[in-house]
Design a protein around this ligand. Structure first.
Ligand code: TXA
Ligand code: MG
Length: 336
């Protein structure tokens, strides 16, 4: 299949993307979190194409993106007041609400689950597409199953070119990590996936405690232990251990760090191979760190190296989403 490469700032090309979506085709689209692989959520054949293009098992549910909070009624029923409170506070934005699926909605989009995940995105391109198509758009991250999420159109092209109708280039994603998912189907709201909106912010908005399990046990895509994976082995080390490991290593490694300690040491640490590691400085500001994380990993993954080593980020709750993604991106063969 030829994949059209379209630019979102060209009105005719944006219209072309909308047309393809209306025809039931797949278009990779920018959102404020990561690029999504969009299709008409009400068209089972279009939804099936998403699973096929990603190589994703059909029982892994998709998020449906909607143009406005009122559209929750088109997809969900028995919607609790908390959903409207969160929608008016955080939408449009990086928050996905898990609600009871409306009976008429085909369960292919929810992977057979009785609940449906809804999000109103803030990215102007995605908002335009939702308005132009008048559709709900199912959109998982636009990457092959279990691989790194894309934050630039070129990342999408690497993984899905030839498998989808079009890629709509809208520049780099501002946030760089997937939305927070909160389950509102039980009496106590519960975080299913950590994201840019913290459990504390949600609890504060609702005036009610929110369960935020450190380890998400639900065995669905995105909550799988192995996910968001680069092809190169990825290991996470605490700062001191990282320095020791670099000294001992005879591998060609890329090191992603954020602390002053590693910055200062990076010029002087020698390792056994005599080869100097490639160093990438990440920000110590969480939002900036998150924004650059996937694109740094995409870049390093393409280099001729043996492994990617990450300095373990701070363990405070603010960094929950980053730590969650890194734990899943890490190679699991050494018990780390
Ligand atoms: O920021 C985001 O959420 C991005 C952009 C494109 O909007 N989308 C995204 O989709 O990350 P995806 O498919 O890569 O991850 C969505 C996750 C699923 O893997 C699953 O864990 C959860 O949302 N999910 C979706 N529908 C669900 C449902 N009905 N029940 C339980 N979990 C669900
Ligand atoms: Mg994903």
């Amino acid at each position: 299949m030829h994949t059209e490469y379209l630019f979102a700032d060209q009105p005719l090309q944006l219209a072309r993307a909308a047309q393809l979506l209306i025809e039931g085709k797949l278009v990779a689209v920018p959102t404020e979190t990561v690029y999504g692989l969009a299709a008409d959520a009400s068209n089972p054949e279009a939804v099936a194409r998403i699973f096929k293009a990603k190589g994703r098992p059909a029982n892994h549910p998709l998020i449906v993106h909607i143009a406005e909070p009122e559209h929750m009624h088109r997809w969900a029923e028995q919607i609790p007041a908390s959903a409207f409170a969160l929608a008016s506070h955080f939408w449009p934005g990086p928050l996905t609400l898990l609600l009871k699926k409306a009976a008429h909605v085909d369960s292919c989009v929810t992977g057979g689950e009785p609940n449906i995940a809804l999000r109103m995105p803030t990215h102007p391109v995605m908002q335009n597409l939702l308005r132009m198509t008048e559709l709900g758009l199912a959109a998982p991250s636009a990457n092959p199953y279990q691989q790194l999420s894309p934050t630039q159109a070129t990342h999408v092209a690497k993984g899905l070119s030839g498998k989808i109708a079009a890629i709509l280039d809208g520049g780099s994603c501002q946030l760089g990590l997937e939305s927070t998912i909160v389950d509102l189907t039980q009496s106590q709201p519960r975080i299913l996936r950590a994201g840019p909106i913290t459990a504390d912010a949600i609890a504060q908005c609702l005036g009610q405690p929110v369960a935020a399990p450190q380890r998400h046990e639900v065995a669905i895509s995105g909550n799988k232990k192995q996910h968001y994976q680069p092809r190169k082995p990825l290991h996470i080390f605490a700062t001191d251990e990282l320095m020791q490991q670099i000294k001992r290593s005879s591998q060609r490694i890329a090191v992603v760090f954020y602390s002053q300690a590693i910055q200062s040491a990076s010029n002087t640490i020698e390792n056994l191979s005599g080869s100097t590691p490639i160093y990438r400085a990440a920000s110590s500001n969480k939002s900036l760190y998150a924004q650059a994380l996937y694109s740094t990993l995409h870049e390093l993954d393409a280099l001729d190296i043996d492994a990617i080593w990450m300095e373990q980020p701070p363990q405070s709750t603010e960094w929950n989403d980053v730590n969650d993604r890194l734990a899943r991106a890490a190679t699991k063969d050494d018990g780390k």
